[in-house]
Design a protein. Structure first.
Lengths: 142, 162
């Protein structure tokens, strides 16, 4: 009896430690992005996926934009439900369209970034939900 | 990977594409998967804790098992169905996700663990239920708890890798 009552907390503790360890090295939703850094990517849409669990816009940035920006970037957005509330639709972009987005690049330097907003041809911004500013124009809640 | 064409076919079926592009159904399926998990795994964990004599000690394990397993199996059916739908919507990236693979391995091991219990100890429950729980049964209960916590941890973690 007492052996079991000791075993259970020990096993629970071990499992909890394993879980905490696995959570620590896993990519967390926004932890892998440099959220304080805003980079403007101007290029051409290669792929536009408004889909779950995350939307993706693949953008080709030409060499004329500079060595650091040139290449194919994976701009990651939110789930369909979140994006649609911001005004995104299935037809917002199609391959071949020119596009300008502001996004937070990956910390590890790989060619992907978390969408902040896209600048539409008429100058209007389409936000990724968590980046939506408050009604008074102040910075969004984290 | 030879599974690639099959995964792509699954992901591009009409219903999987609709799910992937849906505004409401996808979050509902996700939510149902988690709700079903609470029934399926929750009941199994209560039974495991009973086998370890941590809770419900005044009830025979056989009674606890008989009361809880229908809830658990119903939850498991919903969990399996919703889980397959979520997998289909992102089959290619899910398949390449290491946490998904570990989760599937742990699921199979959980099944084998439960099967071993059914074959080895369940038929003789009437004999040992009143006395002391066999060490093998306690081991199965501990293994079950670890595997299921592992399944949930992997399921949660893989969502951050997709």
């Amino acid at each position: 009896m007492s052996r079991i009552s000791l075993t259970v907390p020990r096993v629970a503790g071990l499992v909890w430690m394993l879980y905490a360890a696995s959570a620590a090295f896993a990519h967390h939703s926004f932890a892998m992005f440099e959220m304080s850094k805003n980079v403007t990517y101007k290029g051409t849409v290669v792929e536009y996926h408004l889909e779950n669990p995350h939307s993706h816009i693949i953008i080709q940035v030409s060499a004329s934009e500079g060595k650091e920006l040139a290449g194919k970037w994976d701009i990651e957005g939110g789930a369909v439900n979140i994006m649609v509330k911001q005004g995104w639709t299935k037809t917002t972009y199609k391959p071949g369209d020119s596009i300008t987005v502001v996004a937070h690049p990956m910390k590890d330097g790989s060619k992907a970034a978390s969408l902040f907003y896209a600048i539409m041809p008429d100058g209007k911004r389409l936000y990724h939900d968590i980046a939506r500013p408050n009604a008074d124009g102040s910075a969004p809640a984290k | 990977m030879s599974a690639a064409p099959l995964l792509e076919w699954l992901q591009n079926t009409g219903w999987a594409t609709s799910l992937k592009e849906s505004t409401l159904v996808f979050p509902l399926v996700e939510g149902s998967h988690l709700l079903a998990l609470s029934f399926s795994v929750g009941m199994v964990m209560v039974l495991d804790l009973r086998l370890l004599r941590v809770c419900l000690r005044d009830k025979p394990a056989a009674v606890v098992m008989r009361e809880l397993m229908p809830w658990s199996l119903t939850g498991f059916a919903v969990m399996l169905g919703t889980g397959f739908a979520l997998f289909a919507a992102q089959a290619v990236s899910a398949w390449s996700n290491p946490f998904f693979r570990v989760k599937m391995i742990l699921l199979v091991l959980s099944g084998l663990n439960a099967l071993y219990y059914q074959v080895r100890y369940y038929p003789r429950m009437a004999e040992w239920d009143r006395g002391s729980t066999p060490a093998g049964v306690r081991a199965i209960a501990i293994v079950s708890l670890i595997f299921w916590i592992g399944v949930i941890a992997c399921g949660r973690t893989m969502a951050y890798e997709l």
